[in-house]
Design a protein around this ligand. Structure first.
Ligand code: ADP
Ligand code: CP
Length: 327
């Protein structure tokens, strides 16, 4: 049975930036669960991971707005844990309902996941990860002055707070996750790339103020649970070169060497497609026979059958255009 790690992008949880109520996000999770069900029904062993950028940023703002001496605001790592619990709860309910409706005797369970990072990671000095809502430039400059936060313009969509985003090094709960998956459970884990922690000298862990990139977290998770496939679901069906230019061309089958060359030529936007491409390269190159796929939520199942999406594999693995990734 093939093991697939599925990374859910922003549109799998929140249909638009204005749809941030619990009800709207739960509805989005229900639609996502319908797509996941098709993959589960086909016999794949499924591990689900997800982003948390909008959600963790909103939790931080809620914490700050209500903070008093008796109800202190929680730090960013704890807000990350809250976002994993909240999104995991929505996904569990949605996945369990679609499994029950289909008569499949399985359940989903969320593992609150800590991801080890390097305290010396240069990312701590150069915040890049956008979280929370979008602001106008004027609003962003006012908040920067008042709170000392850093804001950046996010891909032409508005200004967002940015926080450090160190690279994932290890996942503390990897053995638990592997065991649950191997026993046939649907595991939701490493949400938001995992709660960033550093390893103390005595072997215990301490949370740090950062948010890991969920695509890089998904690649590390896929490596550590020994997955066969990393499936990254986002808002586009295929990765393109010359994106949004008249000569745009969509990639279907690509080797890691080719994709790395396109990456070096600057075809993939930082903060959106670039981390996905980096994640697929890391995973597909980590062991022969591993395949990574980037596609839309709706095309996820077809992509596993070789009928959609961009499929990435290491050089020399002999992947053909229509080769299905049978379970
Ligand atoms: N070269 C590219 N090919 C395809 N999409 C690209 C490319 N560069 C940037 N994008 C954009 O990246 C988006 C995916 O990034 P993002 O929205 O951050 O992902 P997520 O689904 O994880 O929230 C796509 O919807 C697309 O608009
Ligand atoms: N943690 C993370 O990368 O979340 P988003 O994908 O929602 O930005």
């Amino acid at each position: 049975m093939k093991k697939v790690v599925i990374a859910l992008g922003g549109n799998a949880l929140q249909k638009s930036k204005d749809q941030a109520t619990a009800q709207a996000q739960q509805r989005a999770c229900e639609q996502t669960a319908e797509q996941l069900l098709r993959i589960i029904k086909a016999g794949f062993n499924v591990v689900v991971t997800h982003g948390n950028g909008p959600q963790v940023g909103n939790i931080v703002l809620q914490q700050e707005a209500a903070a008093t001496d008796r109800t202190p605001a929680m730090p960013l790592d704890t807000c990350g844990a809250m976002s994993q619990g909240m999104i995991g709860y929505w996904l569990q309910q949605a996945i369990d309902k679609s499994l029950a409706d289909a008569g499949i005797p399985k359940r989903a369970a969320t593992v609150i996941t800590q991801t080890v990072v390097d305290p010396g990671d240069p990312a701590f000095r150069h915040p890049t990860k956008p979280i929370g809502p979008f602001y106008t430039e004027e609003e962003a400059r006012r908040i920067m002055r008042e709170k000392g936060y850093l804001f950046k313009e996010d891909a032409g969509r508005g200004w967002r707070r940015v926080v450090p985003s160190p690279r994932p090094v290890d996942i503390v709960e990897k053995d638990v996750i592997r065991e649950l998956v191997e026993n046939g459970h649907i595991v939701v884990c490493a949400g938001g790339g995992g709660i960033p922690v550093i390893r103390r000298e005595d072997g215990s862990f301490e949370g740090v103020e950062a948010v890991i990139d969920k695509d890089l977290g998904a690649a590390k998770l896929a490596e550590l649970v020994d997955a066969d496939i990393l499936l990254i679901l986002t808002a586009v069906e295929k990765v393109a070169i010359h994106f949004r230019q008249p000569n745009q061309s969509e990639l279907e089958e690509v080797t890691t060497d080719q994709l790395r060359r396109y990456m070096q030529e600057g075809h993939f936007a930082p903060g959106s497609m670039l981390p996905k491409v980096e994640a697929t390269l890391q995973f597909a190159d980590s062991r022969p026979g591993r395949t990574a796929v980037i596609t839309s939520l709706e095309k996820g199942f077809d992509a596993l059958l070789g009928k959609a999406g961009t499929r990435i594999s290491a050089r020399g693995s002999g992947v053909r255009k229509e080769m299905p990734l049978t379970s």
